[in-house]
Design a protein around this ligand. Structure first.
Ligand code: PLP
Length: 372
């Protein structure tokens, strides 16, 4: 290939049914191709405002401090942590997979004294376990937990956990990367203080932005900081002046990614959040019934509807199986991670990829793979 071959870049049109990214609808791709505006152009500022309003709808929040951080879901994680946590703060992190493990690392790098509670991968935390951790660490200022643990498919009951966290006077930080736009998530009704997500999972937008939202109580803690936020790029006190009415330049926003996110959020709102959540449930039920008929077994007790983690079948090399799906059906699924490496498949049903057509397609493909 020569250097000029970028003009002939034609990636395969995969069906993305892994742990992310998910298939992006053409409407969103087309929005990205619109002319780039300046990042302080009045037309662009209006697009930012519309994006914030749409984010509030999809997060189900009135939080003023709701915006899209430049970067993928992990940047949202980092943004929430470095702003909420000051060096020396006690924090609790709940670990039952890759992303809780990552949150602990990010918290430690931010200087927190982290008290990690860990349960086996695939299991879900209960409100009782959270209460015990808070009793054991009464100085904890923040408790971080993953709503939808993409590495194992485990679903955390945030609605039951939030009141326990607040009774103990801590702030609740939630990773909603694989739930926003696909599963029930209620920032205000449940009382979540800080939450981050990503564009590439159930919103079906390319990776590149991270929606975040902070409650008034989280803002109070951030305003009372004694020390500067350790990350200049992710300092919300400055980002807020750019996304808010002051419009002070901080860094150049990823303009065309904002077009894409706005379009993806419009699609969510047009479908209706409740209808969308129901669609994810219906397709998950259909997939589960089909997988169980093929003799395949789920890993988590309380499964997400957006990510289905199953034990790889006996007699099939899991990596070869995934390769076969990609080569024969242009269909991508994910591998197991951590203790499930080499032993699991992760089938995403996220956003645009979550359809009856795709469920029936993957079931037919797996049947062919397993039964010849
Ligand atoms: C994908 C994911 C992330 C990280 O998002 P990136 O876009 O890969 O940075 C964080 N948390 C969860 C639960 C995820 O599924």
């Amino acid at each position: 290939m020569s250097e000029t071959s970028y003009a002939q870049l034609h990636p395969a049109e995969r069906i993305l049914m892994g742990p992310g990214p998910s298939t992006v609808p053409n409407r969103v791709l087309n929005a990205m191709a619109a002319p780039t505006l300046g990042h302080l152009d009045p037309e662009y500022l209006k697009i930012m405002d519309e994006t914030r309003a749409l984010l509030r709808t999809v997060f189900r929040t009135e939080n003023e401090m709701t915006l899209a951080v430049s970067g993928t879901g992990s940047a949202g994680m980092e943004a929430c942590v470095v702003n909420l946590v000051e060096p020396g703060d006690d924090a609790i992190v709940c670990i039952n997979g890759v992303f809780g493990t990552r949150m602990k690392d990010v918290m430690e790098r931010a200087g927190a004294t982290v008290h990690a509670i860990e349960i086996p991968w695939g299991e879900s935390f209960s409100a009782e376990q959270i209460g015990e951790a808070l009793d054991a660490n009464p100085n904890a200022k923040v408790l971080g937990i993953v709503h939808a643990e993409t590495s194992t498919g485990a679903h955390t009951p945030i609605d039951a956990i939030a009141p326990v966290v607040h009774e103990h006077g801590a702030l609740l930080l939630v990773d909603a990367v694989t739930s926003l736009g696909g599963m029930d998530l209620r920032i205000d009704d449940w009382g979540i203080d800080a939450c981050y997500s990503g564009t590439q999972k159930c919103l079906s937008c390319p990776p590149g932005l991270s929606p975040v939202t902070f409650s008034p109580k989280a803002l109070e803690k951030m305003d009372a900081r004694q020390s500067k936020v350790q990350s200049w790029y992710l300092d919300m006190s400055m980002l807020r002046n750019y996304w808010g009415s002051d419009r002070v330049y901080h860094h150049t926003a990823p303009i065309n990614m904002t077009y894409a996110l706005r379009e993806a959020l419009m699609i969510v709102v047009e479908e209706g959040l409740d209808a969308r959540i129901e669609r994810h449930r219906e397709n998950h039920d259909r997939l589960r019934a089909g997988l169980e008929k093929l003799g395949l077994k789920y890993i988590p007790e309380q499964s997400l509807t957006t990510l289905n983690a199953i034990h790889a079948p006996d007699g099939v090399n899991e990596a070869d199986g995934r390769k076969w799906l990609l080569e024969n059906y242009s269909l991508e699924i994910g591998a197991g991670l951590g203790p499930f490496a080499g032993r699991a498949w992760r089938i995403g049903l996220m956003g645009h990829a979550c359809s009856r057509r795709n469920v029936d397609l993957i079931l037919a493909a797996l049947e062919e793979l397993l039964n010849g």
